[in-house]
Design a protein around this ligand. Structure first.
Ligand SMILES: NC(=O)c1ccc[n+]([C@@H]2O[C@H](COP(=O)([O-])OP(=O)(O)OC[C@H]3O[C@@H](n4cnc5c(N)ncnc54)[C@H](OP(=O)(O)O)[C@@H]3O)[C@@H](O)[C@H]2O)c1
Length: 396
């Protein structure tokens, strides 16, 4: 079926949307693309010299009109639980590929339950979490497993991702999305139960064959890297995505494959102080998010929709994740993923922009359905991200 556009960027007027629009506009091999959102004047004011499509995210007919005209919709309009559902529904229905930046697992669960079957039939690749949540975890695990198999001929039985040195900030939409998840969890017991389930995004979240994979609590020690480990706030999203990827691929790393994700701090007295401070800070945020009054106070002090880190903050940010793949007989492979630039905005604009371009332009053979970045795009996306300056390399 011929379509007017390869790619429509929806939500291009938002804080992250503008960064993604700028990234796509600057990439060498541009697609036939358009920008979309609810406010024509704001969209035109971006001065991008591409077609402008106007639709409210909550208007199913207008959204379907866009989905029918393009090969891919890439959306940055969040919280996704508020503004994403009609877009996923239209893409699944019309065989339009889709990518987003959601970090809202309760909404992803609803999209899987409601649209996975339809997307499989229409061939639409519905790919959530194409930003810092959860591309480093998902693609990094996939990459370290490729390297382990190259080295030893078999997959690793466990992978640990250690989120280390990093510097970044948050935007208003990210704060609103975290609060949206907390509000839904507080209001509905089935949501909080699913969020607490390590296999909450698996095709079968209660498959008794899956090994226990409790979320990390408290400070630990990684004897291989000689670093302290700390519970990581985003692990509640990323670990579920990695496990879903494994399940969708048919468990190629074995029935007992275990994925863990933590933050790391240097194995020094200063590192221990940092570990204690971080653990207390994360605990305080998790505690506050569960209480309406404290949540309100947090929100008042946080960036508002449309606000986020300054250009200097974005340029001066950085991130690094160490992946340790382990098999029997002390077989180990390390992969390090890192990049300059704020993880949630500078790197995320590249990750989402390249995901959208990958879905639009690369000869992918993966099936339709609600999938993950590694399952839908694997090596094609890894190659693109490396060309865009992100590192995923074997370390000594
Ligand atoms: N995974 C990651 O690493 C990562 C990183 C960054 C951001 N994010 C996520 O990205 C999302 C956006 O964050 P942000 O800070 O960029 O948000 P933002 O600045 O508040 O932007 C929200 C966008 O949604 C649009 N929008 C709101 N309601 C709409 C409606 N009814 N119809 C059409 N468009 C509508 C807004 O349009 P107007 O301009 O017209 O108001 C704006 O373009 C959040 O969910 C955040 O969590 C994730």
């Amino acid at each position: 079926m011929s379509r007017d556009f390869d790619l429509v960027l929806f939500g291009a007027t938002g804080f992250t949307g503008k960064l993604v629009a700028d990234y796509i506009a600057r990439t060498a091999k541009q697609p036939r693309w358009a920008i979309a959102g609810r406010n024509k004047e704001k969209l035109e004011a971006l001065g991008l010299n591409v077609p402008v499509l106007v639709a409210d995210a909550l208007d199913p007919a207008a959204i379907a009109g866009i989905a029918r005209r393009t090969k891919v919709i890439c959306t940055t309009a969040g919280p996704y639980a508020k503004y994403g559902s009609e877009i996923v529904a239209a893409c699944a229905e019309h065989g339009t590929h889709y990518c987003d930046l959601t970090g809202e697992p309760q909404w992803m669960r609803r999209m899987i339950d409601t649209h996975d079957e339809r997307a499989k039939k229409s061939g639409a690749r519905i790919v959530h979490t194409c930003g810092f949540d959860s591309i480093p975890s998902d693609l990094g695990t996939w990459a370290v497993q490729q390297e382990f198999q190259k080295a030893f001929g078999v997959p690793a039985s466990s992978v640990t991702a250690l989120y280390g040195e990093s510097s970044g900030a948050v935007s208003g939409g990210t704060v609103a999305s975290g609060i949206q998840t907390a509000v839904e969890a507080g209001a509905d017991r089935s949501v909080s139960k699913n969020l607490a389930n390590p296999y909450g995004l698996d095709p079968d979240p209660y498959d008794p064959a899956r090994p226990p994979s409790p979320d990390e609590r408290g400070i630990g020690w990684d004897s291989r890297l000689k670093m302290f480990t700390i519970p990581f706030l985003m692990a509640g999203i990323n670990t579920r995505v990695v496990r879903r990827a494994h399940a969708l691929s048919g468990f190629p790393w074995g029935d007992n494959f275990v994925y863990r994700e933590v933050m790391s701090a240097p194995g020094s007295p200063a590192g221990l102080v940092r570990a204690v401070a971080f653990t207390a800070g994360m605990g305080a945020i998790a505690f506050a998010l569960k209480r309406p009054r404290l949540r309100e106070m947090l929100q008042k002090r946080a960036p508002k929709p449309g606000e986020g880190p300054t250009p200097e903050q974005r340029a001066n940010g950085h991130w690094k994740v160490r992946f340790v793949a382990e098999g029997g007989n002390h077989r180990l492979v390390y992969v390090v993923a890192d990049a300059h630039g704020d993880p949630g905005y500078q790197s995320t604009a590249k990750m989402l922009g390249e995901s959208a371009l990958c879905l639009a332009q690369d000869p992918l053979t993966s099936p339709g359905g609600v999938t993950t970045p590694s399952v839908s795009m694997g090596q094609f996306l890894l190659d693109r991200l490396r060309r865009a300056g992100l590192t995923f390399e074997v370390a000594g």
